[in-house]
Design a protein around this ligand. Sequence first.
Ligand code: NAD
Ligand code: UGA
Length: 467
Amino acid sequence: MIKKIRKICCIGAGYVGGPTMAVIAQKCPEIQVTVVDINEDRINQWNQEDLNLLPIFEPGLSDVVGEARDRNLFFSTDVNKAIDEAEMIFISVNTPTKTYGKGKGMAADLKYIELCARQIADVAKDDKIIVEKSTLPVRTAQAIKSILDHTGNNINFQILSNPEFLAEGTAIQDLHNADRVLIGGDHHTVEGQKAMDALSSIYAHWLPKERILQTNVWSSELSKLTANAFLAQRISSINAISALCEKTEADVNEVARAIGSDSRIGPKFLKASVGFGGSCFQKDILNLVYICRTLGLEEVADYWEQVIILNDYQKHRFADNIIKKLYNTVSDKKIAFLGWAFKKDTNDTRETPAMYIADYLIDDKANIAVYDPKVTERQVFADLDYLETRQPDQNRKHVSVYNNPYEACKDAYAIAIITEWDEFVDYDWELVYKNMKKPAFVFDGRNILNLQKHKEIGFIVKAIGKN
Ligand code: NAD
Ligand code: UGA
């Protein structure tokens, strides 16, 4: 069995594989880390000499990659070679919601995971530790093990679950200073325990031992889905209260501060918003709901599904409010969107509330002017086209993407703040106001503006959870 980890391979060079492996390579200079992907463009971007052109924008990432790349961190499309050489293989491929067949729209699509397992089974010539880094339904390790154990070549594979808890925009900080690392494995066997210890020893290069938690593999898999479900539930809870605040003159920020001061509740993840986005919260909760339904736990499934229903309601409510306030129609009116990314400090737009809000307003014939400091025009149209609500040329007719926020806001009837980018707060709002149609509306979907100041300038301001 494996004694020492000298070479690591990570399959999947995405938002998780790239940053996590860059940090492992940075902190463990004696280990060679190779990140592989079938997407050649992505690998080329990871290998770009200019570190500003990495495929992912993430504060601090370029420094980490700059330190380790070509020393002990490599990006490659040669998946077989990296699998063959590594003692430990992380699987960090995407696990999107299924878009076809059984479980469509709910279950996680595990085809990329299965492909990885089959490729490892084909290529491996010696014992390996396989680490599930992707977020997976509980009991997936069993499926991976079944594929690997049927190769008939007497190779010993240990399957570990090591879910990732980083959040985009703070990924490097989260990795450097993780609250905990979770490692699930088979601690009833000597080989299983050894594999868990081998992975623990990697994280122990920079994290205190007490933050490295070992559990059985099923608890680890389920803890990841549960963590995301609890986090998303907090957002839906405060967003539900934001709707009530708007009817009662309570202020959602004050309510959040008041309840967050209770140490049992805590202050984090209580920011009311246009709704949560991102590639994982919705996908992982749908997956949890699907698992519960297939296991006959209807009440449990309904309970968690409500988190998604409320999130859809919040996005819809925000868009609807814009139409209502603009005298019940936004037809031919320019509406400026400040922000398109699903949160600040990332260029990721997966499941961004922006696309759903834009889609709803375009249905009412609005002209949307988008400005986001990190999202490209191509991405904005890709997101809208992905929804398949209308012909692509109609999206182009109704949406323009600007490189300059002042241009985006010029002649607009209303501004919608969709993402909480810091720079939005510091704009010359007097100038923005001057160049807008009057009355000039601002819909602050992130509660980042100073409402009083904006009212004094002349704006009519509507913020989430405030009257
Ligand atoms: P991603 O889409 O950014 O990256 C996945 C990569 O895997 C892609 O580049 C794809 O080309 C590659 N890939 C797919 N199949 C492959 C194969 N057979 N061989 C080689 N490469 C292959 O996805 P991501 O955001 O990094 O998420 C990966 C997993 O991590 C998901 O399960 C997700 O739920 C989980 N996760 C994501 C985050 C996040 O912040 N994005 C955080 C925690 C966990
Ligand atoms: C989330 C979790 O925070 C990570 O722990 C997890 O690893 C990751 O999902 C994953 O599994 O992919 P992420 O989606 O990157 O991370 O970002 P978050 O900071 O959680 O924000 C998610 C969404 O919720 C964003 O749209 C954000 O704007 C919104 N949000 C967050 C709120 O509306 N209010 C809040 O108080 C917090």
